[in-house]
Design a protein around this ligand. Structure first.
Ligand code: AP5
Length: 218
């Protein structure tokens, strides 16, 4: 029943690792980016509001995100979950805490994936994903069996528009200015552990599971 947050720069591997955490610990995966992309695909008001912020590499305003994620968290009921991409500002983090406390809940553990900016650029510009099932690949590091096709459903893989190099540079700047302070917030108000996320996917998964297993036994 763990409630977790996975923090980290764009391309730190949050989505990749969340899928493995879900498989191993049976928690629900709540990705703010995936929810926003889904809203955009359905052309909802929320999706339309988010569009310009996402495409330019900025952050969608807090009031929009906090309400959206409060609904998503509410739907988890008593299940455990892992938050991916939220909170991304100190204000989002404190509002999340307030809303959990009012329900006698809390974030049990925050995993902070740390990665150098130069690796981020390589990972983001090489990322490809499946528009049908959401599986994520990389042109060099995590190749599909057949080039350009999803292993699970054979769909044509696509590149996210915000993975263009100039947008990634803005996303990184936004991360350093607005999201890095969230780690300090949790250092003061929570249980956070830093994980160097520069090795291969399996190595990072082992480091994460080590932390989660230790926590699980406490
Ligand atoms: P979002 O979708 O959350 O993007 P992000 O945080 O920038 O994270 P990414 O999904 O790009 O990266 P990731 O860390 O999940 O990496 P991945 O595992 O895919 O947000 C998009 C936008 O929505 C934001 O810019 C913002 O506008 C808006 N938004 C979302 N949440 C918001 C919020 N809370 N507040 C305001 N606005 C919000 O890996 C990347 C690539 O690297 C893949 O190809 C993968 O195969 C590869 N890879 C992964 N791990 C490794 C490894 N260990 N070694 C080699 N390659 C690896």
């Amino acid at each position: 029943m763990m409630r977790m947050v996975l923090l980290g720069a764009p391309g730190a591997g949050k989505g990749t690792q969340c899928k493995r955490i879900v498989e191993r610990y049976g928690v629900l995966h709540l990705s703010s980016g995936d929810i926003l992309r889904n809203e955009r695909a359905k052309e909802t008001e929320l999706g339309k509001k988010a569009e310009s912020y996402m495409d330019s590499g900025g952050l969608v305003p807090d009031e929009v995100i906090v309400a959206m994620m409060a609904d998503a968290v509410e739907e988890t009921g008593e299940s455990g979950f892992v938050l991916d991409g939220f909170p991304r500002t100190v204000n989002q983090a404190s509002q999340l805490d307030n809303s959990l406390v009012s329900k006698n809940k809390q974030i049990d553990i925050v995993l902070n994936l740390k990665i150098d900016d130069r690796l981020v650029m390589e990972r983001m510009t090489g990322r490809r994903s499946c528009p049908k099932c959401g599986a994520v690949y990389h042109v060099k590091n995590l190749k599909p069996k057949v080039e350009g096709k999803c292993d699970k459903d054979g769909a044509e893989l696509v590149q996210r528009p915000d993975d263009a190099a100039e947008v990634v540079a803005t996303r990184l700047k936004t991360y350093h200015q607005q999201t890095e302070p969230v780690a300090d917030y949790y250092r003061e108000n929570g249980n956070i552990c830093d994980i160097v996320a520069e090795g291969n996917v399996d190595e990072i998964t082992s480091l994460i599971f080590e932390q989660l297993n230790t926590f699980d036994k406490v």
